[in-house]
Ligand binder design. Structure first.
Ligand code: PLP
Length: 401
């Protein structure tokens, strides 16, 4: 037996893919191969004094699954290793992650600046809920960092962005916006769903908190809802932990287990889906019935240089405009056979949606135009099918226009 300690026994010294298979693993006394599902709400204490100590925070250990749970903890640790974050907290959904991350940092009288091109639910939180609770918000065109600088006020506590944005895949320069936020004493919160943790690391670029809808690529197989918030120990273990513990947007242990298994294959799936997406983007870019394409690593993207600098690859999603508006877009989508009409994304199954009439329906025509959500716009989430079939499917759909 060797007496030397294997350096790889420190999880942080392992490569990303190894961490995603083993990170956070905590085996029970049974020595199970796969992670166990601790599908229980409460925990018992050996003595009353032990219960008292645990509630006082003087002894480690779980108390109640709204606060913490062993399976949820394994998911959190693995997600934190992948992101390069000190700590993480799982939530019931992606919206719970965004709401908790933003609300946890503000109180009445504060101000939030956000990019106006946001996932529908996120924009609702910023535009409708925050003002109800006395927190003002300003929405800006996120493509130019100067717009954030102009919107900052002395009481600005949070800058919130998504990049690439949903549904048009516009980009926000994270490094520049982080500097602007910090110069004003505000935190930068980044919803990193579209980029995935494989292609973009907001914490390295200066973000303070990163959120994901784990429902998307982390599950990636249409089974479970979930979310995760990542950042420094100080932010996560104080503010974020307390708001989750006291208000209850907690992750289910079963969903944590599904998502933990999802992390094992995340990088392999995202890489294969991105390869497909790049091929599909090349096809769409040259098609005569396509008016415009938005794919971050395609040369036609207006922020191509930033995309190359900030993202390791062009994401698994693309947006494109069909010539002929809504009627043409509907004809194209209704002609598809492999690609499903749905509003989820990041799934093994390719999915297409018409944002103007679904996810972004509630916005006025004016607000839609401001976000470049035109009647012909389609958002495509590219899955794990054979790229040739996806291209043939889209070619057939476009022929119906
Ligand atoms: C889906 C999504 C959310 C919300 O996540 P849910 O798990 O559906 O609650 C938030 N932000 C972005 C960018 C998303 O795509």
């Amino acid at each position: 037996m060797t007496k030397e300690k294997n350096p790889l026994s420190d999880h942080k010294r392992r490569k990303a893919q190894t961490m995603m298979v083993h990170g956070g693993m905590e085996r029970s006394q049974h020595g199970e191969t796969s992670e166990a599902i601790f599908f229980n709400s409460g925990f018992v204490y050996p003595t009353s004094a032990a219960a008292e100590a645990r509630f006082k925070g003087e002894e480690p250990g779980h108390i109640y699954s709204r606060f913490s749970n062993p399976t949820v903890e394994m998911f959190q640790q693995r997600a934190a290793l992948l992101e390069g974050a000190e700590a993480a907290r799982g939530t019931a959904t992606g919206m719970a992650a965004v709401t908790t991350a933003v609300m946890g940092q503000v109180r009445a009288g504060d101000h939030v600046v956000a990019a106006r091109a946001l996932f529908g639910g996120c924009r609702f939180v910023v535009e409708d809920y925050l003002p109800r609770w006395g927190v003002e918000s300003t929405l800006v065109d996120g493509r130019d960092p100067e717009n954030f600088a102009r919107a900052m006020r002395p009481n600005t506590k949070v800058v919130f962005v998504e990049t690439p944005t949903n549904p048009t895949l516009e980009l926000v320069d994270l490094k520049a916006v982080a500097e602007i936020a910090h110069a004003n004493g505000a935190l930068l919160v980044v919803d990193n769903v579209f980029a995935t943790p494989i292609w973009q690391k907001p914490l390295e670029l200066g973000a303070d908190l990163v959120t994901y809808s784990a429902t998307k690529h982390i599950d990636g197989q249409g089974r479970a809802m979930g979310g995760v918030i990542l950042g420094s120990k100080a932010l996560i273990e104080a503010d974020i932990h307390t708001i989750i513990r006291q208000t209850g947007p907690s992750m289910s242990p079963f969903n944590a287990w599904v998502l933990l298994k999802g992390l094992e294959t995340l990088s392999i799936r995202v890489k294969a889906m991105t390869e497909n997406a790049a091929k599909v983007a090349d096809f769409l870019a040259d098609h005569p019935k396509v008016e415009s394409l938005s794919y971050p690593h395609h040369k036609s993207h207006p922020q191509y240089a930033l995309a190359k600098r900030q993202m390791g690859a062009g994401s698994t999603l693309a947006a494109f405009t069909v010539k002929g508006g809504k009627e043409a877009a509907f004809r194209m989508a209704d002609g598809l056979s492999v690609i499903a009409i749905s509003n989820n994304l990041g799934d093994a199954k390719s999915i297409i949606s018409h944002p103007a009439t679904t996810t972004h329906q509630r916005f006025s025509d004016e607000a839609k135009l401001e976000m470049d959500i035109t009647p012909g716009l389609m958002r495509l989430s590219v899955g794990l099918e054979d790229a040739d079939d996806l291209i043939a499917d889209l070619a057939f759909g476009l022929e119906q226009v």
